[in-house]
Design a protein around this ligand. Structure first.
Ligand code: TXA
Ligand code: MG
Length: 349
């Protein structure tokens, strides 16, 4: 059924029912040779697994409608949920969108790094309308990962890159996670080891009505507010601009989740934090951070969820996580992982 893709070639041997090409992904250490090979695939309109400091991305040319259409198809992502364009420098990003003084201040403080800015598109913006889901705003980020920036530079164009998981499922923080989710749909995954942050970038809109926090993420609200010199408003549900992918069921494992648990009922597995639940249950237990460190917990979150889910439990109980700093992003992901699931699809990213 599966065929190995020759390096750099984008021909494939069959397509499945969605018209998505069938591959068997190769995981390659992200050295210069592999980055050059990945850039050739991208320039030919193909997709690759790209490491970033937050989660692994499914990358394609952001300037190509055809490449972006493949991204939506490979992830099974609804096309009304726009993608982030990744740049190798602030100067490159500033060519495609109008960054106001607030956006520039945040970019200066956090780029390269795990912050995404949403800004009005420039008049001559080259980013695919499909990547923007038809909006006249654009999500932009300059990743902190040197591998990601080297890949963007070698591709010679900004890269659209949602998290490299099936839409609505748990995000990938290791190359193996990408292979497990999308390995039959892409040819090459660059491996730069486990992601240092482990949760996605913080999304901040900088539009006419002032800055709005659209998605909590690796840069905590406290750090954003310190850079702005004051509090930041949140986008209320239903209010524009909302992050179209920031609602509903998302990041969902197969098992059901129960949050803020004090102990483990019979048969449940445990996602612990700081030993709160401890060895009360007899089943599998993974601790996000035995020492109660929120950075360590964020870095372990998706890998631990995947490992617990692999044991095929009916229920994962999760210890309470403090809501400060990175805890806000962790709790956001857990709440959506625990949300009632649509029968199919959803707006997952
Ligand atoms: O850390 C990250 O941001 C990762 C890595 C790979 O860079 N990417 C990521 O992409 O999380 P994705 O597609 O899973 O999430 C992008 C989020 C979605 O919630 C989407 O709705 C929102 O950004 N977004 C994109 N364009 C937008 C726009 N113009 N206005 C509002 N929200 C937007
Ligand atoms: Mg996602």
């Amino acid at each position: 059924m599966h065929f190995r893709l020759d390096a750099g070639k984008q021909d494939f041997h069959r397509t499945d029912m969605d018209g998505v090409a069938t591959f068997r992904a190769r995981i390659a250490r992200a050295d210069e040779t592999a980055i050059t090979e990945a850039a050739a695939i991208l320039r030919a309109g193909g997709l690759v697994g790209m490491p970033t400091e937050t989660v692994y991305g499914l990358a394609g040319l952001a300037t190509s409608d055809a490449a972006v259409a493949k991204i939506y198809a490979v992830k099974g992502r609804p096309t009304f949920n726009p993608l982030i364009a990744h740049f190798d420098s602030l100067a490159a990003a500033a060519r495609e969108a109008r960054l106001d003084a607030t956006a520039e201040r945040l970019a200066d403080a956090f780029w390269p790094g795990p912050l995404t800015l949403v800004a009005p598109v420039a008049g001559d913006c080259r980013i695919s309308l499909l990547a923007r889901a038809g909006l006249d705003t654009l999500a932009l980020r300059v990743p902190g990962s040197a591998t990601a920036r080297a890949l963007i530079a070698a591709a010679g164009a900004p890269l659209a890159a949602p998290s490299a998981n099936r839409s609505g499922a748990v995000s990938p923080t290791r190359a193996e996670h990408v292979a497990a989710d999308l390995g039959d749909r892409i040819g090459l995954i660059l491996d730069a080891g486990p992601c240092v942050w482990g949760v996605e970038s913080t999304v901040v809109a900088c539009l006419a009505e002032g800055p709005r926090l659209l998605r909590p993420g690796a840069i905590s609200r406290e750090r954003i507010e310190a850079a702005l010199g004051g509090p930041i408003a949140e986008a209320a549900p239903g209010q524009t601009p909302a992050a179209p992918g920031a609602l509903a069921s998302h990041y969902a494992p197969n098992a059901l989740l129960r949050l803020n648990a004090a102990q483990a009922p019979q048969g449940a597995v445990v996602l612990d934090f700081g030993g709160r639940i401890g060895a009360s249950g007899r089943g599998l237990r993974l601790d996000l951070s035995p020492a109660g460190d929120l950075s360590e917990a964020a870095a372990n979150l998706f890998a631990h969820l995947r490992a617990l889910d692999a044991a095929r439990p009916a229920l994962i109980v999760v210890a309470p996580i403090p809501d400060r700093g990175l805890g806000a992003a962790i709790n956001d992901r857990l709440r959506r992982a625990a949300a009632p699931r649509p029968a199919q699809g959803g707006a997952g990213a």
